[in-house]
Design a protein around this ligand. Structure first.
Ligand code: ZN
Ligand code: ZN
Ligand code: ZN
Length: 100
């Protein structure tokens, strides 16, 4: 079966990308609906820009990429540095079995 090209060809573009998982959609309407589903799943929110995340890994990656700042907490045992004191504390406990 043949379809008339033109309208269909234009609408077949997948120009709308989910900002959370990267999935592409042909229509903004579907993207919005899809993104709404994500929002219902969020447990974590970026403290800086309020963007929502489903896992702490995603949020951590976002913070590192989007809001990277000087890492003030340096490990005295190795070269590792952290933005948050509790991260350094965790690192020292796990890697060096030492308390801060
Ligand atoms: Zn998505
Ligand atoms: Zn953010
Ligand atoms: Zn260390």
């Amino acid at each position: 079966m043949r379809q008339k090209s033109g309208v269909f060809a234009q609408e077949a573009t997948t120009d709308y990308h989910c900002s959370y998982c990267g999935k592409s959609f042909a229509h903004k309407f579907y993207l919005k609906e899809h993104e709404n589903r994500h929002r219902g799943q969020f447990r974590l929110y970026c403290p800086v820009c309020q963007k929502g995340f489903m896992s702490s890994t995603g949020l951590k990656g976002h913070l590192a990429n989007q809001h990277s700042r000087t890492k003030d907490y340096r490990c005295p045992h190795c070269d590792k540095a952290y933005s948050y004191k509790h991260h350094l504390k965790e690192h020292m406990l796990h890697k060096h079995r030492a308390a801060l």
